[in-house]
Design a protein around this ligand. Structure first.
Ligand SMILES: *Cc1c(COP(=O)(O)O)cnc(C)c1O
Length: 384
């Protein structure tokens, strides 16, 4: 999709906030523990390359992404030496690219290693393929689940070894963001049981996403995979308070492009779901669900001149309408996410309104919304 460079609407990214959020996490790491910045999904919508650069400045020593193309994007942007771990599974058919770009892949069963070895030898690739082994301690997504599977893996690896470099092992928690500790503890116990099968530990042992890093501590681990919190978003929503304030980096602004008075008896938007019962001022904002704003934001708010103004009628693909307190000129700034004077609309509040999580909204903003970067401050201004 084209980037809308010449439109009235943009995502603003506070670079200082991202650097600050990463720095806070790096400062708390036990000695010998590293932090890889998770910049998958275009840095959760914030821009992967910029997010990676800021995280590196703040002390991140590597990166995690979800798919091989995201890893290649970082290499081509100039991150040539840092480890880049692909958290999803990569097909052995991509082995030449994995080797060329020196990407670390996730391996979740021993069959992958056998297949990869065949491909590697057929292609005559000489450099060892770096990998992390995924252990499924209870997330139920990818990874070895039982000590027997780990045993087989370790035994086969001994014969496959020269073709590979076993760099690390990781697991992923399903409930690290919950005040209820029970399932988390169950996963930790499973993880320890699996880890006990290893004749020796690989260089990296990783258990922590943002939530695990913020609210738990597992002494065996020495690598944090720091994602959503680096963008200033609380992984628990509002269920748990982070040990230090996170500063949201993203705001989204636009402006009124059309303002009119509407008489009673008329409706606003598709389906005529908002009926005008007294004459009122209605403004049109040129952003819609094709930009990543949810259609179910009808009834939610935007900020204009420091005041909350309701979104009236259904959000259209490219435009939405708001009820104004009075006539306001075309060109008046509209804050869809962020602060305006004393008022703030956070991604968290918007996500709650749409019955989802801020993660989904952040990575759902379309590429047609331009991302503009600025050096802001590292204040939270009462964001939740
Ligand atoms: C996305 C992801 C992370 C980062 O999670 P956050 O909650 O954003 O910190 C870490 N590990 C894995 C395996 C992931 O898929």
């Amino acid at each position: 999709m084209v980037i809308g460079k010449n439109r009235n609407g943009q995502i603003l990214i506070n670079e200082t906030a991202i650097r600050h959020n990463v720095q806070q996490a790096v400062d708390r790491l036990p000695r010998g523990t590293e932090l890889f910045a998770v910049v998958k999904a275009d840095g959760y919508g914030h821009g992967a390359v910029v997010a990676a650069r800021l995280a590196k400045q703040a002390g991140a020593t590597g990166f995690c992404v979800a798919i091989l193309d995201e890893a290649i994007q970082l290499r081509e942007a100039g991150f040539v030496t840092e480890p880049i771990l692909v958290l999803g599974l990569t097909d052995v058919a991509q082995l030449a690219l994995i080797a060329k770009y020196q990407i670390t892949v996730t391996v979740a069963d021993v069959a992958w290693l056998h297949d990869a070895q065949r491909v590697k030898q057929a292609l005559g690739l000489t450099t060892p393929i770096k990998f992390f082994l995924a252990l499924d301690s209870g997330m139920g997504r990818i990874g070895l689940q039982t000590p027997a599977e780990v045993d087989t893996f370790v035994r086969d690896y001994a014969t496959l070894h020269p073709d590979f470099e076993w760099q690390g092992v990781y697991t992923h928690f399903a409930t690290a963001d919950s005040p209820d500790q029970e399932y988390f503890d169950f996963q930790v116990a499973n993880f320890r049981e699996l880890l006990a099968q290893f004749p020796h530990r690989p260089r990296y042992v990783s258990v922590a996403n943002s939530a695990t890093d913020l609210w738990h501590s597992i002494p065996e681990a020495n690598l944090v995979r720091y994602g959503v919190a680096m963008y200033g978003l609380n992984p628990a929503g509002t269920a748990l308070t982070p040990p230090f304030p996170l500063v949201p980096a993203l705001s989204l602004t636009s402006e009124l492009v059309y303002v009119k008075q509407v008489q009673s008896g008329r409706s606003i938007g598709y389906g005529a779901t908002y009926q005008v019962d007294t004459p009122q001022w209605i403004g049109t904002v040129p952003m819609g669900y094709a930009d990543g704003l949810r259609r179910d934001l009808q009834g939610f708010f935007v900020l204009i001149n420091g005041q909350r103004c309701p979104i009236v009628g259904r959000v259209c693909m490219d435009q939405l309408m708001v009820k104004l307190p009075k006539h306001l000129p075309v060109g008046t700034k509209v804050t869809i996410i962020g602060s305006d004077q004393e008022q703030t609309i956070s991604l968290q509040e918007m996500a709650e309104y749409c019955h989802t999580i801020h993660y989904e909204l952040a990575c759902g903003f379309s590429t047609r919304v331009p991302r503009l970067y600025y050096a802001g401050d590292a204040q939270t201004k009462g964001l939740r």
